[in-house]
Design a protein around this ligand. Structure first.
Ligand SMILES: Cc1cc2nc3c(=O)[nH]c(=O)nc-3n(C[C@H](O)[C@H](O)[C@H](O)COP(=O)(O)OP(=O)(O)OC[C@H]3O[C@@H](n4cnc5c(N)ncnc54)[C@H](O)[C@@H]3O)c2cc1C
Length: 310
């Protein structure tokens, strides 16, 4: 049997995490195919075909896939799943939306945010905001799962081109439709893929402080900006910058936590970072337990000094 990866993309580029999902998929030692569902899939299909370890790229093409809904994607994936024992995607807002619906329609379990694939049906995943690692086993004939991209190296993108095949694309179901979406346009690297992340917490106190204190440091380091949930809830930073259990999971080379306490729900989203630097005025703050380097200081003094020194 085979493994099917559902590709996430923005219409022009495959998401970086797809190549990581391909590495995860190699654990089953069976052919790996990628589904690209898009309004204009040609470029995307070529990118998928170049990923090493991919046998076939299945292309579903339909104008409605310019803005795909979970309902439409599920209608495409479920019939294809007959040929696959494993359907997987990298863990993200996209896959969290689509794959539980696919699993429900296939009447199998959804296994989310897998950190390690122990065997063909046994996985390690975090529970209690990542504080406990549970080993779970599925007895389903089909495995539907999302994998934590940062736990798997990206497959090389210089593979011999895989075969590209068109598949039947059912029309979008009538029950739901895309209405609108809003993006925060930024020159910074995308948070989930950035090599350096500078994150701010409630201690910043305002959106202006994010712009005036945090942004210059991020600019110097070519970093993405992140935020704690408390900072997002207070309106200091937009929702898509939230790092943590209910936000984005990041694993950069360098994570600088500024005025963040280090609550477990925040740590869940950043503790795989290679080097963690914390700036907090409370020496007892939880963040210092996960930081490689800690600076006990007032952020409003320390951050401008650090920025000036860089
Ligand atoms: C179900 C659930 C899901 C959640 N998901 C998330 C999530 O995804 N992401 C997330 O971040 N949180 C999440 N939370 C919230 C989490 O529990 C914390 O409340 C939140 O992370 C706290 O944010 P904070 O560290 O910015 O604020 P605080 O806890 O208020 O910490 C502020 C820190 O700043 C320090 N400080 C204050 N002034 C200064 C100064 N001038 N200079 C330096 N340091 C200073 C303080 O010592 C303190 O440590 C979730 C909670 C729940 C219940």
């Amino acid at each position: 049997m085979r493994t099917l990866i559902i590709a996430e993309h923005d219409g022009q580029h495959l998401n970086e995490q797809v190549a990581r999902a391909v590495t995860a998929a190699q654990q089953w030692q069976q052919p790996v195919d990628i589904l690209v569902a898009a309004a204009q899939p040609d470029t995307l299909a070529a990118q998928a075909a170049a990923i090493q370890g991919v046998s076939n790229v299945l292309v579903a093409s339909d104008a409605a896939l310019q803005h795909p809904t979970a309902e439409h994607l599920a209608e495409i994936i479920v019939p294809l799943a007959a040929n696959y024992t494993v359907v997987l995607a990298a863990h993200s807002a996209f896959s969290k939306n689509v794959l539980p619906r696919v699993a429900a329609l296939l009447d199998v379990n959804m296994i989310s945010d897998v950190l390690q694939i122990v065997s063909a049906n046994t996985y390690v995943r975090g529970i209690y905001a990542g504080n406990v690692l549970a080993t779970v086993q599925s007895s389903d004939s089909k495995q539907v799962l999302t994998v934590r991209g940062s736990k798997f190296a990206a497959a090389a993108k210089d593979g011999a081109a895989a075969e590209i095949k068109s598949v039947a694309t059912p029309a979008a179901p009538a029950g739901s439709r895309w209405v609108t979406e809003a993006f925060n346009k930024s020159k910074r690297p995308p948070l989930a893929a950035a090599k350096v992340v500078v994150s701010g917490g409630r201690a910043l106190g305002s959106a202006e402080a994010f712009a005036e204190v945090l942004a210059p440091l991020a600019d110097k380091l070519h970093a993405a900006i992140g935020a704690s949930r408390a900072a997002v809830d207070a309106g200091y930073a937009p929702n898509d910058l939230q790092v943590g259990q209910t936000g984005v999971v990041v694993a950069p080379e360098l994570y600088i936590a500024v005025g963040i306490s280090g609550a477990i729900q925040h740590a869940y989203g950043m503790k795989d970072s290679k080097v963690v630097v914390a700036i907090n005025q409370d020496p007892e703050a939880q963040i210092f337990k996960i930081a490689d380097y800690g600076l006990v200081a007032d952020l409003f003094e320390a951050v401008p000094q650090l920025t000036a020194a860089l």
